[in-house]
Design a protein around this ligand. Structure first.
Ligand SMILES: Cc1cc2nc3c(=O)[nH]c(=O)nc-3n(C[C@H](O)[C@H](O)[C@H](O)COP(=O)(O)OP(=O)(O)OC[C@H]3O[C@@H](n4cnc5c(N)ncnc54)[C@H](O)[C@@H]3O)c2cc1C
Length: 471
């Protein structure tokens, strides 16, 4: 019996329930990945992320070939085109079963619905799995039977229901029967052109590299995570997000390995470890939000009243923000980190997103799209959740009148200005007394721009806009 595994956001062999089921149930297994430049453009996937995916596909192909599983890359015009492509391949190869892991998002859900109908009509067996979450999205409901929209009670239910059997992910693959199909990755034309300035060497491809990154992190830095995680110059976080976002490593694997370092204690023991697991539960929470409130994946805010906010748009300010030229050193350094690394520290994501949506009063959807277009870890649920949190339009969001002051954030989280100096060369010699907000003369001498807005005025303008929408 021949089976097909349809790889999507799960470019790994470890803890891959779809691959595991196919290997367990069939003698011969084939794999496909549907590649669509149109689709990726539509979803604002960053150019650096596409390159990362291509490199990870090459690595996956090598792992699969050791199991005699050929990987076929298929070109497609977009999601609407996927059912046809799948049907064609299944017919050509006489496939009896198809397996995949679920994705989150409206387009993905509609595509899968169509594929399932087509497979049913053609008597092809299929099975889908939840590889991105410990508990399938929608499992937990409040006392009133509603989905959770606040993290703390969600986390409590998550912890109360957790048991280690949920992380039963070890599986020994045995090579499958050889097939006469060969992988096509070396001949496939991805039509990919690099147009990013990210140093991609800091994100080496492949599951082995992701494992090494995880193990190195768990050996040392995780123990101080609770203390250091908000300090952007300290390399205190795991930087595993690109690997999690494209499924090079699973969150279950991350949680399991972290628990091993904490005597399997989920809510006690080392504070760094429990806090780190907390963040992985945040990731799962945002996936639940996307699943239970589909409107958020259609560009709508979670908080209904915020649809009435009169966002501004100022092209010059938008360009200054995108290019790290706002005149606020911490904001500009953070944006340079994004452009140079395809990644930004979590504290800074909150600071720049709040500046964008509150002080600049620009629509959060523009910032969300720009992040996706530049992040190597672009993840629809987490990015949407983060932007809606920062703009106070989302679930469990920051109250709209709580607006981070970027200068105070700079003093609190980059007190010596080391992060600023690392990413803004022009300020590398500026005295610590001035680094968070250089004097006009210093700005002029360093060729560093003036501030694009007044913090006090823009703060009041944002509060007024929210008040007006609310009343
Ligand atoms: C405006 C904004 C946009 C964001 N966009 C994305 C995005 O596109 N992709 C993305 O993966 N994360 C996003 N985040 C969440 C968070 O900033 C990143 O996950 C984190 O910075 C990744 O670094 P790390 O791997 O070192 O995280 P660690 O601190 O080591 O955390 C481990 C893992 O937990 C998850 N995680 C951590 N913090 C969060 C969080 N606040 N929400 C959800 N999951 C979290 C990530 O998968 C992360 O890799 C965004 C946050 C904000 C405020």
């Amino acid at each position: 019996m021949k089976s097909l595994v349809w790889f999507r956001n799960d470019l790994r062999t470890d803890d891959n329930p779809a691959l595991r089921a196919a290997c367990f149930q069939s003698e011969e297994v084939h794999a496909i990945f549907i590649y669509s430049n149109n689709q990726m453009k539509l979803h604002n996937e960053a150019n650096c992320k596409i390159e990362f995916i291509i490199e990870n596909l090459k690595s996956l192909e090598k792992s699969l070939s050791k199991l005699n599983i050929p990987l076929t890359i298929i070109n497609s015009d977009g999601f609407y085109d996927n059912p046809k492509k799948i049907h064609k391949l299944i017919n050509e190869r006489s496939i009896a079963n198809i397996y995949w892991n679920n994705q989150f998002g409206e387009d993905e859900g509609l595509r899968d619905k169509e594929v399932k109908e087509l497979l049913k009509k053609n008597n092809i067996n299929y099975a889908s799995y939840d590889d991105q979450v410990v508990f399938p999205a929608g499992t937990f409901k409040t006392g009133e039977g509603n989905p959770y929209s606040v993290f703390t009670p969600f986390k409590k239910r998550w912890v109360d229901n957790f048991n280690i059997d949920l992380l039963d992910i070890e599986f020994e693959y045995i090579p499958k029967a050889k097939t006469n199909i060969s992988s096509n990755i070396n001949d496939f034309d991805f039509c990919f052109k690099t147009h990013h300035s990210v140093d991609i060497s800091i994100w080496p491809a492949g599951e082995k590299k992701a494992f090494t990154k995880l193990n190195n992190y768990l050996d040392k830095k995780i123990f101080d995570y609770a203390r250091d995680r908000n300090d952007p110059i300290v390399d205190a976080t795991s930087r595993l997000s690109p690997y999690l976002a494209s499924g090079i490593i699973s969150s279950k694997r991350c949680i399991l390995e972290a628990l091993k370092k904490n005597n399997f204690e989920l809510d006690s023991g080392n504070k760094g470890i429990t806090k780190w697991i907390d963040e992985l539960v945040w990731r799962e929470f945002y996936r639940n939000i996307m699943f239970s409130f589909p409107k958020v994946s259609k560009g709508e805010p979670f908080q209904e009243y915020t649809t009435k906010i009169k966002w501004r748009f100022n092209e010059e300010e938008f360009e200054a923000w995108k290019n790290g030229k706002t005149g606020f050193p911490l904001i500009d350094a953070a944006m340079k980190q994004l452009i140079n690394e395809g990644w930004m520290h979590n504290r800074l994501r909150m600071v720049v997103a709040m500046f964008f949506t509150k002080n600049m009063l620009h629509d959060w959807r523009l910032g969300e799209a720009f992040f996706m277009q530049n992040l190597i870890d672009g993840d629809f649920s987490s990015n949407n959740g983060g932007w809606q949190w920062s703009s106070s339009t989302g679930t469990d969001a920051a109250p709209y009148f709580r607006i981070f002051n970027p200068l105070t954030q700079s003093k609190n989280f980059d007190s010596d200005g080391l992060f600023i100096k690392k990413y803004l060369n022009e300020l590398s010699d500026v005295d610590i007394k001035e680094i968070h907000d250089p004097l006009d003369k210093t700005r002029f001498n360093c060729n560093y721009p003036s501030k694009i807005l007044d913090l006090k005025e823009s703060r009041l303008r944002a509060i007024d806009a929210f008040n007006e929408a609310k009343n």
